[in-house]
Design a binder for this molecule. Structure first.
Ligand code: BG6
Ligand code: MG
Length: 214
């Protein structure tokens, strides 16, 4: 039986995945590296460093270059997210969090992003969340299971009692590696390997999740 629902943040509860894309695109343009939305699909859910390596596609770079480019991308990204308000929650997200809590489920945010605290503050979500595990934790990022396992530990539940909600292939892989059930949001080409797939959380109620909650 599921007792806790672990939500990814970027692309699940809020539309920051678009800001990540815009910030990487800006850096890629400045470096003269071709980069489009299709290239961006591979970056979804993976860490900042891994994203840069994917963007560079084998181009040579020193550690100093990498640090400078990651910092530059992050500066652009922080510019975008600093403008966010609770209006940037995706449709259905807050409602589902509230329904889960009202029905005794524990909730957590599990994100690879080091910017999670700032995004959560902008969204004013703290009240509906029991635990936050993010990219600042000393753990491997997704697709490793570490962040999800840490969240289960903090919530006092075992992995088999957790449902992971993710928009990224790497996130679904991480959930499965942790021994958890998974709900994938987005196209089947991306998250078709999840236990249940929905386009997004718009209009989704607890009852709709019955197949993965029982
Ligand atoms: C994930 C995003 O949540 O966090 C990725 O899906 C991003 O696109 C990763 O690269 C790391 O984020 P940040 O904010 O630490 O650069
Ligand atoms: Mg995501």
């Amino acid at each position: 039986m599921i007792r806790a629902v672990l939500f990814d943040l970027d692309g699940v509860l809020t539309d920051t995945s678009e800001y990540h894309f815009l910030a990487w695109k800006r850096l890629a343009d400045e470096l003269g590296i071709p980069f489009d939305r299709q290239d961006n699909e591979a970056l979804r859910g993976v860490s900042r460093r891994e994203s840069l390596l994917l963007l560079l596609k084998g181009r040579p770079a020193t550690e100093e270059d990498m640090q400078a480019w990651m910092e530059r991308k992050n500066r652009y990204y922080v510019e975008y997210i600093s403008q966010m308000t609770p209006e940037n929650l995706l449709p259905g997200a807050l409602n589902l969090l509230q329904e889960l809590r009202a029905n005794g489920y524990k909730t957590a945010i599990v994100s690879s992003s080091k910017n999670t605290p700032l995004v959560l503050e902008r969204l004013n979500l703290a009240h509906w969340i029991d635990a936050v595990v993010d990219g600042n934790a000393p753990a491997r990022s997704k697709p490793a299971p570490d962040l999800f396992l840490l969240a289960a530990e903090r919530l006092g539940v075992v992995p088999q009692e957790c449902l992971v909600v993710e928009d990224a292939a790497a996130g679904i892989d991480a959930g499965h590696a942790a021994g958890m059930r998974t709900l994938g949001l987005g196209p089947r080409e991306r998250v078709g390997h999840a236990d249940m797939v929905l386009p997004d959380l718009n209009g989704v109620h607890l009852a709709d999740l019955k197949p993965v909650l029982e």
